[in-house]
Design a protein around this ligand. Structure first.
Ligand SMILES: [Zn+2]
Length: 508
């Protein structure tokens, strides 16, 4: 057992990590046996080495279109940075009348998470071929992006060709692919969205735990939003009517699962972040765009093809359950999403609840599951730290056209002011500003403190206005309020100095 830990440490230190599978066979055999029988219908399942290539993906999708010409439509949402067309598959039974529930599925946003794409392909195949899915095909309109980050995927790299993480880019929208992906999402305007990922079960932090290191114990983890600007009814509906039945199905199949946790250093101590509230990542971003949304993480990054069938099966089971719940809870989903009762207060900053709790891991010394007492920082149990009244609208200076493009990509309607207007507004005076020494995702982050001043101002024609009484408006808090962690100001898209006013205003 000692040997394995030395090897893992060696691989981490020498960056031999990508080539070496750090998982001892006894862990695979005892906890993650590849005993799941899947039909070998997808390209990645049909081979024993490597994963689905871009050409194999296109052949597979075109094959489905030839076989089901009335149901399947393939379009391209744009190109990857290196020029590959990004396919999206729409499945809609046009003969069926009545309102359908729109479900959006995405795989391969991170290029080193191969079972994500494969699960989506398997699910797609099953959706079309399996007789037991007749009812699903009747009620669901499906949009599927199986390989969102093609340049990353073909090189088994997490980031895109610009070295940007596409799941940290969903408010600033700087990466080539991010704009196309977000536009496809908001054009389709789904009721339900599921983003497929894999997590790294051998983390650097895990080496120091137990006597000889530990590894993640779960087949998969669910990431769903704890963001307080996502209406509580929507958060509750997501957990109760989509995740809870899915957990039960996983239990019956003896696939282990947990709410998403990841280790993070906090003042030198290893703690565990649970859930998510960040609008820069898919699950929260989608939920703020008025969607029942979750991200799943299957245990798979960095272990090659180990337990590959099991991983694909895990993703497929969750995806299939989401499709089933979408049909079962179709009407209640419509009503939860149509509830426009907007909260009068918005949460600009929130605080995660911090507490001690148990975390199950696999001890590499004994090859047993053990329970660690850890510190959780829990986004699913968060409380507001800074709240403001919800404005009626935000005004944006005519010089900030780039922001308006991003807002429109996020599915918001932004109007242009036709004639000069004299309005009482609230403007932000920057009273303090700090920047991070290091860049984050190529951006110089800044955090600001502001004072709100009410004043009468002449808003010139050509300025922009975005109202908060529209469907996707909950995302506005996250991008427009300057102190919000993923706002245009925080990401440095709006340059500012102390004692200056920001070029955005609130209409109270
Ligand atoms: Zn991922």
């Amino acid at each position: 057992m000692k040997y394995h830990c030395v090897v893992i440490l060696f691989c981490l230190l020498t960056k031999g990590w990508a080539q070496f599978n750090p998982q001892p066979n006894e862990v695979t055999e005892k906890f993650f046996p590849d005993a799941f029988e899947l039909e070998e219908v997808t390209p990645g399942l049909q081979k024993s080495k490597g994963f689905t290539t871009y050409n194999e993906l296109m052949d597979f999708l075109n094959g489905l279109k030839i076989k089901f010409p009335e149901l399947v439509r393939i379009e391209y949402i744009g190109t990857s940075k290196k020029g590959k067309d990004i396919p999206i598959i729409y499945i809609n039974n046009a003969r069926q009348s009545g309102k359908k529930i729109r479900v959006f599925l995405q795989g391969g946003l991170h290029g080193d998470e191969p079972a994500s794409t494969e699960s989506v392909l398997y699910l797609l195949y099953d959706f079309l071929h399996n007789d037991e899915n007749a009812e699903l095909r009747e009620h669901i309109e499906l949009a599927v992006i199986p390989m969102a980050n093609i340049d990353g995927y073909v090189r088994l790299r997490r980031n895109n060709a610009e070295n940007l993480d596409l799941n940290r880019d969903q408010t600033k929208l700087m990466a080539h692919e991010s704009v196309a992906l977000k536009k496809a999402f908001t054009d389709f305007n789904p009721h339900v969205a599921l983003d497929f990922h894999e997590f790294r079960p051998f983390r650097r932090d895990f080496i120091k735990m137990g006597n000889f290191g530990v590894t993640g114990a779960f087949d998969l983890m669910f990431l769903y939003s704890g963001n307080l600007n996502v209406p509580q009814a929507l958060r509750k509906h997501t957990n109760t009517n989509f995740l809870e039945p899915t957990r039960k199905i996983l239990d019956s199949l003896e696939l282990s699962h947990f709410d998403y946790v990841t280790s993070a250093k906090h003042f030198g101590e290893i703690q565990f972040n649970r859930g998510s509230h960040n609008a820069r990542s898919s699950a929260t971003n989608y939920a703020l765009l008025n969607t029942v949304a979750a991200l799943i993480e299957v245990r798979g990054v960095g272990i090659g093809r180990t337990s590959f069938k099991r991983r694909v099966f895990s993703g497929y089971i969750v995806g299939k359950s989401f499709l089933q719940q979408a049909v079962i809870h179709k009407e209640s989903t419509f009503s939860v999403l149509e509830e426009t009762e907007a909260n009068n207060e918005i949460t600009v900053l929130l605080k995660r609840d911090v507490y001690q709790g148990e975390l199950e891991v696999i001890d590499l010394e004994t090859n047993e599951k053990i329970s660690l007492n850890v510190t959780y920082r829990d986004a699913l149990r968060s409380s507001p730290q800074l709240i403001r009244p919800r404005p009626k609208a935000y005004y944006i200076s005519c010089d900030e056209r780039d922001l308006v493009v991003k807002l429109r990509t996020l599915g918001l309607m932004v109007d242009t002011i036709k004639i000069d207007e004299e309005v009482e507004i609230e403007r932000y005076l920057v009273t303090n500003r700090t920047t991070e020494g290091q860049k984050y995702e190529k951006m110089t982050l800044q955090s600001v403190q502001v004072e709100l001043e009410t004043t009468k101002l002449s808003i010139p024609a050509g300025s922009f206005i975005v109202y908060t009484n529209q469907e996707n408006a909950n995302i506005l808090t996250e991008v427009m309020e300057p102190e919000a962690p993923n706002s245009f100001v925080s990401f440095g898209l709006i340059k500012t100095r102390v004692n200056q006013y920001l070029p955005i205003y609130r209409l109270p």
